[in-house]
Design a protein around this ligand. Structure first.
Ligand code: URA
Length: 211
């Protein structure tokens, strides 16, 4: 008689931690959305991309990070934030006890702008309906905009990023709490800003704990 069975015969209930995530009832919607992104030709960027970069992570995550657009490494691999900025993002996440599998990571654009130039307004208009569908499926408890392009689109503002940090916004009629921080690629170019970014990430960590 093995140990748990012995306890059972003594009338002692043994509780096991559930390791299996509940089945995602939106699995079919996710599959359909990903197929539409991969087949999308709504803007000229589809002609120069290697892969569409859909998004990655836990589709039922509490935290959704939204960046700008794929760079070269992301375009080659088909996954967001896998280049140098992605390594820095992984380190930041580790510092607040999170990893990529706990959260969901997406971008404003699903295709790489040539030479990593800023997304054009018409590209943002063509691509963001996909992101809005992702947000509606995930229903995160917190959205974090990484950088100006993401923050200004989601908040429908032209206010500079520095003025959007450290305030809690509410995204759309879903009223999802939204915080803004520097893009990791900017932190690679301006390492002195890392101190301010760390303040933002502490706020993000504390805000997640409240949920
Ligand atoms: N920068 C972004 O905004 N997104 C990526 O996926 C990679 C770099």
């Amino acid at each position: 008689m093995d140990h748990p069975e012995y306890l059972h015969h003594m009338g002692i209930d043994v509780w096991h931690e559930r390791k299996v995530a509940p089945a995602d009832e939106n699995a079919a919607a996710w599959k359909d959305l990903k197929a539409r992104v991969e087949a999308c030709t709504a803007c000229p960027l589809h002609k120069t991309r290697t892969h569409a970069v859909f998004g990655v992570g836990n589709q039922q995550a509490d935290l959704l990070l939204i960046g700008e657009a794929p760079g070269q490494q992301e375009d080659l691999k088909g996954e967001p934030f896998v280049g140098r900025a992605g390594q820095l993002l992984n380190n930041i996440l580790r510092a607040i006890n999170l990893n990529r599998e706990d959260i969901y990571i997406a971008n404003i654009l699903k295709s790489r702008p040539p030479g990593n130039r800023d997304p054009l307004p018409e590209e943002v208009t063509a691509c963001t309906p996909f992101l809005l569908e992702q947000i509606a499926l995930i229903k995160p408890k917190l959205i974090v905009s990484l950088g100006r392009i993401s923050a200004q689109f989601l908040l429908n503002t032209t206010t500079p990023l520095g003025k959007l940090r450290k305030q809690e916004f509410h995204y759309s009629e879903m009223k999802i709490p939204l915080l803004v921080t520097y893009h990791p690629a900017y932190l690679l170019r301006a390492p002195l800003e890392k101190r301010k970014a760390w303040e933002d990430w502490q706020l993000i960590r504390d805000r997640l704990k409240e949920n």
